[in-house]
Ligand binder design. Structure first.
Ligand code: PLP
Length: 383
């Protein structure tokens, strides 16, 4: 069998060997706890400080504004619950605004807060998955404390107008969080240019290790810790730091941002061929998401009369690794909440296929996918 073709980079990416090299000493001989006073501890502390400084530089932030977490999910939870709880205690209000197409790390956190008595507005999106600033402006109330809207969508790749949305929130004195987990590898993360108060990232989406994330928290933004304990991360997230993971995140982020232009050009080239080739071979296919305001590595389609799960199994048998939508909702039978919010009819939404390219993909692989895909679709289509 030929080499498998991995087209699921939105789910996770392989670890960059340069990142592994940077991490290895902290998994082996430099194993100290950064809170220890002795030399081993101080070495670990120094690695942590350097990683924080490096991340802050990439984000155009200061090191004190970076909180390391165990994942993008935890960063989203900390941002939303942290601000909501802090402002509730200050008696400021209990209304949160998000969008209907967020990752479940945001949506389920908002559902949970709603059960606790917070009010939540989930903004609609247009047919491309865009949140419109005027729609946000209309939803803001005197008791609104936080807006959370993702930078780029994990299913269809649509890039939201974050600077404009953040400006609307700020005009009303409301804090703005963005889940930038999918954007970390390919878009600018300058928090000043974006105008955001909080921003979440996850290392495994840009060739770093799984199980480590971070939250940028602008100085002065009230944040109630969600994990209590030894007071690490300036009391904002307790727990002995994952030094190797954090070094990995910082190294991967720096490399991703330094190599962004070439990476995006590489992905865009493959992605455009994939889209053009597929639409040519399967004219009834529908491309989802915005035609231009989309992540350079994302292609997302729906096919008529096709069950997405069966298609994924068929592709897997042929060594093509893809996804139906977000990995976290794979296995669920109901159509994706993102496609539903974009107005994709349910019978079309059930036949969703997300192909996300990355560093190791080649033009030859894309041609092979284009050769194999039409037959696979035909084989799983209802008759
Ligand atoms: N937010 C978005 C947009 C994502 O795509 C993901 C992962 O798929 C997450 C949050 C969760 O990140 P993590 O896997 O680090 O928990």
């Amino acid at each position: 069998m030929e080499e498998p073709i991995y087209l699921d980079h939105a789910a996770t990416t392989p670890l960059d060997l340069r990142v592994l090299q940077a991490m290895l000493p902290y998994l082996t001989e430099r194993f100290g706890n950064p809170s220890s006073i002795h030399r081993l501890g101080r070495e670990a502390r120094q690695a942590l400080d350097e990683a924080r400084g490096s991340v802050a530089e990439v984000l155009n932030a200061s090191p004190q504004e970076i909180v390391f977490t165990s994942s993008g999910t935890e960063a989203d939870n900390l941002a939303i619950k942290g601000v909501a709880h802090a402002l509730l205690l200050e008696g400021k209000g209990n209304h949160i605004i998000t969008s209907a197409i967020e990752h479940h790390a945001v949506l389920h956190t908002c559902d949970y807060l709603e059960r606790l008595g917070f009010q939540v507005t989930r903004l609609p999106v247009d047919g491309y998955g865009l949140v419109h600033p005027e729609v946000l402006a209309e939803a803001i109330r005197p008791e609104t404390v936080l807006v959370s809207i993702m930078y780029a969508n994990n299913e269809v790749g649509t890039i939201e107008p974050i600077p404009e949305l953040a400006a609307v929130a700020h005009r009303h004195g409301v804090y703005f969080h963005t889940d930038a987990v999918q954007a970390g590898g390919s878009l600018s993360l300058d928090v000043e240019a974006l105008g955001v108060d909080l921003l979440s990232l996850s290392a495994h989406k840009f060739y770093g290790p799984r199980g480590v994330g971070m939250l940028y928290v602008r100085r002065g933004v009230p944040l109630m810790p969600q994990i209590h304990g030894g007071g690490q991360e300036r009391n904002r997230r307790s727990g002995t730091e994952n030094v190797a993971g954090i070094v990995g995140l910082a190294t991967a982020l720096r490399l991703a941002q330094e190599e962004r232009e070439a990476y995006n050009a590489h992905c865009l080239h493959l992605r455009e061929r994939l889209i053009a080739g597929l639409l040519e071979r399967i004219p009834s296919a529908r491309l989802n998401g915005h035609p231009t305001r989309r992540l350079p590595n994302n292609a997302h389609f729906c096919f008529e009369r096709v069950d997405g799960e069966s298609l994924l199994v068929k592709l897997d048998q042929q060594g093509i690794y893809a996804s139906g939508g977000s990995a976290c909702t794979a296995g669920a039978l109901e159509p994706s909440h993102v496609l539903t919010a974009m107005g994709v009819p349910p019978e079309m939404a059930r036949g969703a296929l997300r192909l996300t390219v990355g560093r190791q993909n080649t033009p030859e692989q894309i041609e092979r996918v284009l050769d194999l895909l039409p037959r696979s679709i035909e084989e799983v289509a209802d008759v």
